[in-house]
Design a protein around this ligand. Structure first.
Ligand SMILES: Nc1ncnc2c1ncn2[C@@H]1O[C@H](COP(=O)(O)OP(=O)(O)OP(=O)(O)O)[C@@H](O)[C@H]1O
Ligand SMILES: [Mg+2]
Length: 363
């Protein structure tokens, strides 16, 4: 008998695949009113993101940790004829939330345009298969639709990452699409009319250098939701703990043996204090490094420490593994960040009760 080739393992399945069971369970018990073209009612979409135990016992995991109202506002804007813009500093789950919204509402998070500085209008409209274009002239078969065009035809949500990196004149191609809900195709003397269910979720980072401002005409077509940094230390610790355990499974790391809560709390404390420029108790002013010490960065420090510890240690998350990944995350610009970090170590870490072991490995 021929040996079966093993099915390749997808590194990161799309949300609608990874959470297929949850989405099906939510759809089954969903009694709310579904907007045309939506897979779930707005209430069920919010439950999918915030987590909930359903009447049939299915556990809906929490995807977004934070204020329920933010997600409600985001979902409500998608019901209107305005598009949704998620803005915030790096690592505030803008991309993550947009992926899950698309998965829950359209059952498809794959219609994605990555905004870049060198982008042309074609990426928002359509391109051509040049071999066919030359052989047959402009025809529908020779067209290569953009994700935006596909979303309009299928009545699905389209994700537009880093909207403000797109040059302003290219951004303006969105105006007709968002206000008239049509995409003209002059070459064929045709147009695509958007089907109900179509809308756009854009993300933009307000810390980026070289961003292009949104024109006011375009801004009017978006409802903006600001994604905040986690309000409290406890909340941020919860996010980092939850997301890094999920990532550990993805990296084929066993669950951590020792209780990691204490280490994660120390790490998040360091991140928050350096980011805010003062200690958690508000007593000492600090300098902030140039690096963006986001929640996402804290998650990756924990992941890296876990990998280090699993492959080169005994599997426990210890201060020396944490220290090794921490320094790299904080010092991005050698000159400036190094002295900020040094000062933090000497003033805070050295003198904080219970942090003696951390000081030992970092000093
Ligand atoms: N409040 C939160 N709830 C759940 N996960 C969070 C939260 N904040 C951050 N994360 C996690 O942080 C990681 C990074 O988030 P994401 O990539 O969506 O950030 P972003 O806001 O798009 O950042 P950027 O501006 O750099 O693109 C994700 O894995 C996400 O799970
Ligand atoms: Mg992002």
């Amino acid at each position: 008998m021929a040996k079966k080739t093993p099915t390749p393992q997808i590194l990161r399945p799309h949300a609608e695949v990874a959470y297929k069971k949850e989405l099906a369970a939510l759809a089954k018990q969903d009694t709310g009113v579904k907007p045309t073209g939506w897979n779930l009612s707005p209430r069920a979409v919010v439950d999918y993101l915030l987590g909930e135990t359903l009447a049939d016992g299915t556990e809906i995991t929490t995807k977004y940790f934070g204020d329920r109202r933010i997600i409600e506002v985001a979902v409500a804007s998608l019901v209107t004829d305005r598009a949704l813009l998620l803005v915030g500093v790096p690592g505030t789950a803008k991309t993550w939330v947009s992926e899950h919204l698309a998965a829950a509402i359209s059952g498809d998070s794959k219609l994605l345009v990555q905004g870049t500085a060198g982008m042309s209008e074609d990426a928002l409209r359509y391109g051509w298969n040049y071999a066919r274009l030359l052989a047959e002239g402009p025809s529908e078969a020779a067209m290569v639709p953009s994700p935006v065009m596909s979303g309009m035809q299928a009545g699905k949500l389209v994700r537009l990452e880093e909207l403000t990196r797109i040059p302003s004149d290219v951004q303006d191609a969105l105006i007709t699409i968002l206000s008239e809900k049509i995409l003209p195709i002059p070459e064929l003397n045709k147009e695509v009319q958007a089907v109900r269910g179509f809308n756009i979720i854009a993300t933009a980072n307000d810390r980026d250098k070289g961003v292009n401002e949104l024109s006011s005409a375009l801004r009017r077509r978006f409802n903006t939701v600001v994604m905040p940094l986690p309000a409290t230390l406890e909340e941020e610790v919860r996010i980092v703990t939850d997301r890094s355990s999920a990532a550990a499974a993805g990296m084929e790391l066993p669950p951590i043996k020792k209780d990691v809560a204490a280490e994660i709390t120390r790490l998040v404390t360091i991140f928050r204090e350096l980011r805010n420029g003062r200690t958690e108790d508000g007593r000492t002013q600090l300098k902030s490094p140039s690096s963006t010490l986001s929640t996402a960065e804290a998650i990756s420090v924990v992941n890296q420490s876990r990998a280090l510890s699993h492959h080169f240690g005994n599997g426990d998350l210890t201060p020396d593994h944490l220290a090794a990944s921490l320094t790299g995350a904080i010092i991005k610009d050698r000159g400036q960040d190094e002295s900020v970090w040094r000062e933090y170590l000497d003033v805070i870490v050295r003198n904080r009760k219970g942090w003696e072991d951390l000081w030992e490995v970092l000093k």
